[in-house]
Design a protein. Structure first.
Length: 64
């Protein structure tokens, strides 16, 4: 995924104080995640099924 050519969206769970800002971007096969306070900093990219498993685990409270 060329992460400069994608549309980044701030997570609805990001804190309003600006200290907890996560952004995600999606392509056909990858989901990228970055810290919105450092848009040129490190990013991770996950395959869509792996992202789905991660989100499911968060919603079920298995990752805290």
């Amino acid at each position: 995924m060329d992460q400069e050519d994608v549309r980044w969206v701030k997570s609805s769970y990001s804190g309003g104080s600006g200290t907890e800002c996560v952004e995600v971007a999606a392509s056909a096969i990858d989901i990228a995640v970055r810290d919105s306070k450092d848009p040129h900093g490190p990013r991770i990219a996950l395959r869509s099924p792996t992202w789905g498993d991660f989100v499911t685990a968060l919603r079920q409270g298995r990752l805290r």
